[in-house]
Design a binder for this molecule. Structure first.
Ligand SMILES: Nc1ncnc2c1ncn2[C@@H]1O[C@H](COP(=O)(O)OP(=O)(O)OP(=O)(O)O)[C@@H](O)[C@H]1O
Ligand SMILES: [Mg+2]
Length: 251
């Protein structure tokens, strides 16, 4: 579809590659007079890591809510493996293979790390403990499996949230600010986990203000500004785009 367009960030805005696992088409969401997400379209292919960046209030978290069907869009459509999911419930969308983390923690503080995972694990209860253990092992939290979530360090809590998404083995994973407040050691671990999962074919859409990490992680960057797609392309080209510098990198 976009194959013979010039490879500049601007020309590729909203491109939907053939065979995209996740497609967003004309998504719009208003809150009173504010258009939080304005006619946004793009598609991402399986086994890739895409960064979604933009100033505070540019609509990133709202776009995540629309994609994961936590909130209805006023117009537009989301498709997962070509199947429209816009009118499904958030739990149905999750069951279809789309998982996400939240900007603010949704852990249960008075439950242990294991219990936090078991509580959201689908399928047969007898396998839930095994799957929780495998997820904790993957993110390196086995040693704190029986600790209450409230007693974990902030970075460990972020890893636990990540493990909680993985427990149901989603194909598409949305991460909303996974690095916010995380120390460099935990950052490196998160980056390694994301790359390992990508190499197994998982697809990521990640928003974060840690541009250094986003640049290191992503093969494509999408930029939102005032709810609109401002740029879309390879990270180096997008980072150098004058409009992106004006809107986001400033000064
Ligand atoms: N539930 C809501 N009710 C009213 N307005 C909302 C609601 N959620 C978001 N908004 C508004 O929509 C716009 C987009 O907000 P959103 O949280 O999606 O931005 P964001 O890009 O995730 O910002 P940040 O980088 O600060 O997390 C903002 O103007 C925000 O105030
Ligand atoms: Mg946000």
């Amino acid at each position: 579809m976009s194959g013979d367009r010039p490879a500049t960030a601007r020309a590729a805005i909203g491109s939907t590659p053939a065979g995209a696992i996740l497609e967003v088409a004309g998504l719009t969401r208003r809150f009173g007079g504010v258009i939080a997400v304005n006619d946004v379209s793009f598609g991402i292919v399986a086994g890739t890591v895409t960064g979604l960046i933009g100033p505070n209030g540019s609509g990133k978290s709202t776009l995540f809510r629309l994609i994961s069907a936590e909130m209805p869009a006023h117009s537009g459509e989301v498709r997962l493996r070509g199947q429209p999911i816009t009118r499904r419930s958030a739990s149905e969308v999750n069951r279809l293979g789309l998982g996400r983390t939240f900007q603010l923690s949704r852990l249960y503080p008075a439950m242990t790390a294991t219990e936090n995972l078991v509580a959201v694990t689908r399928g047969e209860a007898k396998h839930a403990l095994e799957r929780a253990a495998a997820s904790l092992d993957f993110v390196g939290l086995t040693a704190v499996a029986d600790e209450f979530a409230a007693n974990l360090s902030y970075g460990q809590q972020k890893l636990l949230e990540f493990a909680r998404v993985l427990v149901n083995d989603p194909d598409v994973i949305l991460l909303d600010e996974p690095f916010a407040g995380v120390n460099p050691v935990m950052e490196e671990r998160m980056v390694a986990h994301i790359h390992a999962l990508r190499d197994r074919g998982k697809t990521f859409l990640i928003t974060d203000h840690e541009i250094r990490l986003i640049m290191a992680l992503c093969s494509r960057l999408i930029v939102l500004d005032h709810g609109e797609l401002l740029a879309d392309g390879d990270p180096a080209t997008v980072r150098a785009d004058a409009r992106v510098i004006d809107a986001y990198f400033g000064t």
